[in-house]
Structure formats: structure tokens, C-alpha cells
Design a protein around this ligand. Sequence first.
Ligand code: UFG
Length: 322
Amino acid sequence: MKLLVTGGAGYVGSVCAAHLLEAGHEVVVLDDLSTGHRDAVPSGATFVEAELGAGADEVLGAGGFDGVLHFAARSLVGESVTEPEKYWSGNVVASFRLLEAIRRHAVPRLVFSSTAATYGEPDQVPIPESAPTRPTNPYGASKLAIDHMITSYATAHGLAATSLRYFNVAGAHVAGDTHLGERHTVETHLIPLVLQVASGTRESISIFGDDWPTPDGTCVRDYIHVDDLADAHLLALQHSTAGDHAVYNLGSGHGFSVLEVVETCRSVTGHPIPAVVAPRRAGDPAVLVAAGHRAAEQLGWKPSRTALARIVADAWEFARGR
Ligand code: UFG
């Protein structure tokens, strides 16, 4: 297939672009490099540096595209609370313009990066796709708004659409000389922050609360290897149906606590990694774990890199090479 990958210079987008190329697809990456990195774009892809709305119309206008994988987004929960305008503009308005370009140029397929943050604080864990969507921050609300737009475009215009709701994406794509991983200017995610301590650029890791209603008192999350996530995108491209918008949770169905993550990082890196208990972070749910049956049953997706030690080892391999 000939595919447009928006945000293909970012963490998940670049890894998925690499998987698409390895599977023999033709890939055009569109990225404004506001948070992405030019050197993360896999060398087999055509790169277009442009803002999403206008850029997508121009790229798709060349014709012949079989699908779009839409990763480009702002994704900092805290920033979305203090500067929501960036999320309504950068996520919702830009995605609307992308959808209009898709419609105008009759592109048949879309795979969208949605998020567990669309559910907000869950009533039940593991979280099925049928759970109520009550996002607790503008980031999650912006992604949910895009999901709603996509449903209406699938129904009205026959788009074959898939939203993949990621839980906690982690790890790195380590294949020969290609090392693609998490490299945010503002890093907020647990595993890369812990690995910064192991590599000596941070003194200690703060544990945001040890009095949560969980077995060891720290928050539990469903960490999913970025290569497993990429596999799901390829399956979604194959299984989508015109006029239908399918939604899948992507997680392993197994949760690990913050303390388990820190302990695993200690054993993988051999570094003592000092940890300091800090106050709870606003907006953190205690436990987020995916009920992943739908992706297994309908896409045939089965994550295979689920061991936390494997996820951390790949992230560490990437971090050490930087
Ligand atoms: N944590 C710490 N210390 C840190 C950083 C994180 O204790 O320095 C804890 C958090 O409190 C949380 C866990 O580690 O319990 C994981 O935190 P991350 O920031 O790595 O990930 P989140 O679970 O907050 O965020 C993920 C996605 C978001 C998405 C959110 C949905 O990365 O994009 O799930 O709630 F919005």
C-alpha cells in the first residue's frame, strides 16, 4: 500500500513507519518537527516537513494513497490542562483538516492513534472498549472528539477507519542499526525518566504516591511494547471495513506497579536507581489496564513482547545509544 504517516518523526510514528517499510509498504512521512526528530524518520520513507492540515492536502492531492496512519498530536496531559488551546487547535482542528483532505482525495483507510485517556477514571478494570468515555483532561477530550469525528466520516463518507486506544507505550524498536525510541524534549513518562537516572543525567526518580489502593501502594499501568503496538497498526490496515469505525484497546491486559518498573530497571541496568516518594500527581488514576479481547478476536493481534524486563531492556538499549 501507499501510506501517509503523520507524525512519523515522533516515537510511535517512526517505529510504525519502520514496520510498514519492513512489510513492503510505500511510506510518506508528514511531520512539522515541532516535537519529532528528522533523524527518526526511517531512511526508506519520503519525508515532507509541513504543518498537518495544509501539508496533508498537498501530499494526498498527489493521488494514489491507500491509507493514512495518523500519529501527529500533542500529548502532554499537564500541558493540556494549562494550555488547552494547543490541544483543540493542534489535535482537533488539525485532525479535522486531515479528515477533509482524506475525503477530498478519496483515501479509503485511516488508522488513528487514540488513547486510554479517552476513558478517564475507570469504573472497572480491565477496561473494555464499551467502558464510558469520560476524559479527565483536555488531552483525552481532544482525542475523544477526533474519535467522534472519525465515526461520522466513516458513516457518511464510507471511510474504513480504526482507532487504536493505546495504554502505556514503552520500549524501543531495536533492529540492527535502527534504534528508534522515546526522545521527548519534555519527558514525563516513567520508564525513560527512570533510565535517565541509570544513565546519570538525573539523580533520582520521584514515585508519585505510595498510598494508592494497589498491592504495593503505587500506581499500576499496562505497559505495551512499541513493536507490538506497530504490529496492531499493520493488522488494522488489513482488517478495516468501508463505512465502519472500529475501536480497539491496545494493552497486554497485565499491570505493573511503579515500584515493579523501578525494580526491573535496576536489574536490567545494574544501577541502584535511588527513588524518592513524592506527592500524588494530579489526574493519575490508580490502575489502568486494558481488556484486550477485541483486538485479539477481530484483528488477530497478540502482543508477544510483554515481559517488563524485555520492554525495559529495549528502552535501555536505545537510551544507551544516544
Ligand atoms: N510516575 C512516577 N514518577 C514519574 C513519572 C511517572 O511515579 O516521574 C508514575 C505516574 O504517576 C503513573 C505511572 O508512573 O502512575 C506512569 O506514568 P506515565 O507518565 O509514564 O504514564 P501515564 O500513565 O500517566 O500516561 C499514559 C500515557 C498518556 C495517557 C495516559 C492515560 O502516556 O498519553 O496514560 O491516562 F494520556
